[in-house]
Design a binder for this molecule. Sequence first.
Ligand code: NAP
Ligand code: MG
Length: 501
Amino acid sequence: MTAVLKEPLISPAVAQFLAAPKRMLINGKWLGATSGKTFDVKDPATGRIIAQVAEGDREDVDAAVRAARQAFDVGPWQKMTPSERSKIIWRIGDLISKYTDELAEIESIDNGKSMVIAKLADVPLAADIFQYMAGWCTKIEGKTIPLSVHYTPGTQYHAYTRPEAIGVVGQIIPWNFPLLMAAWKLAPALATGCTIVLKVAEETPLSALRLGELLQEAGIPAGVVNIVTGFGETAGAALAKHPMVNKVAFTGSTEVGKLIVKAAAEDLKHVSLELGGKSPNIILKDADLDVAIGGAANAIFYNHGQSCSAGSRLYIQKDVFDQVVEGVAARAKAIKLGPGLDPASEMGPMVSELQHRRVTGYLEEGRREGARALAGGKAVKGPGYFVEPTVFVDTTRTMKIVKEEIFGPVVTATPFTDYDEVVRDANDSLYGLAAGIWTRDISKAHTLAAKLQAGSVWINCYNIFDSALPFGGYKQSGWGREMGEAVLENYLNTKAVTVSL
Ligand code: NAP
Ligand code: MG
């Protein structure tokens, strides 16, 4: 299998955006790094440099945090009414929708993903979370709580709670859904009245910078959202331990999540984490097998497997194992690889040379450990960081490819006989982000759903995300939830006020 690597055309709007200097948004101004340093951003479909971006470091993070502190403590974000904040946040969603094509194109050239898919999923979901969260601004309410205090006889109390914005939030995001991860983080923090310093991933800084321009156009005041580009070990680490930051919200690997917790422990900052996964996808013999085969292929190959919720461990009931696994392998072989800007491409490259090396390392490791690739199994010759969609069989539960998150288009398929066995295998993981179940038996579906240790369980579907639905992990897949009403907790403190009447 070879990737189609004809040079895709870049639109004039995106060409102009790429040609302009790529600076950071700090206190309402676009600034270069204090050090004057920049780093290169590459198109992973070709390996070509497409932009140079400011390499923010500790000093720049410090300036951004001070701006956010000032914007929180002095105003104007906290001083606005919820309705005023809501209108601005809603407008961000409108502007994202207005520039859908441009944002999808930037995402495609920076991350490698299909522009067609980015237009259908990444960009509309990003717009939607701002508009969903705009609605929450006016609905964040406390409670009155009846007290039963018995050690002060005769005294009556009026007690109520006030949910209050937690303050300055440091947000650190990965490269797999660059615009959407920025939106999932920014929208709820803005809705609760927090101010923000966002550190974007070095691999994919571009769409967040365009989003920064749209935030300004929507009317977000200076200092309320600051966007820093730079490296994790420098800019990210400085943000995670900055003493003026009240809370850190992180999405990325479990390994770096643990570093964030250590950095935040210094002054006990609040922390929420969306981390890795190795999600089981279970096909029972009574499932609609055509639907399940297509669903299982999408569950792993969507976004090139670079998805934290990817259905990367496929468990198939013995009686239908051969039929299903051959079906998934046939789908894998039929996927057309190519640059994301080519509308005919069904799967783009890995995001970077490093990620390409990591994934091909796992392909070699899988073979060494005795697994057999029923489809794919190899890297594709460059240019571009392409990998064949791969289905491994003959696996055992101790193999690295079964235990570790690969974050590429690689699925392991394992047969099972009974439900106890599949529940045990599915839950045999450090992770607990998501799980899939395919069956026509609603009783089995709900019974299994209750037994799986996962923050999201999809039945006869997979990777269904909605702004109203909480998403997050059990076990080492994270702390806290993104989206829905649940995410508001990440950004609020609860104050109890008690009045003696
Ligand atoms: P990563 O290496 O953990 O990086 C994530 C972010 O953290 C990047 O912005 C990175 O900066 C930054 N970072 C790295 N080291 C840091 C440090 N010492 N202190 C502070 N920040 C630091 O993960 P990735 O390779 O970008 O993304 C893939 C991983 O993210 C996968 O494991 C995947 O499962 C997980 N993920 C989870 C979810 C979810 O919702 N649960 C969503 C997406 C991805 P630089 O990259 O700029 O150096
Ligand atoms: Mg990195």
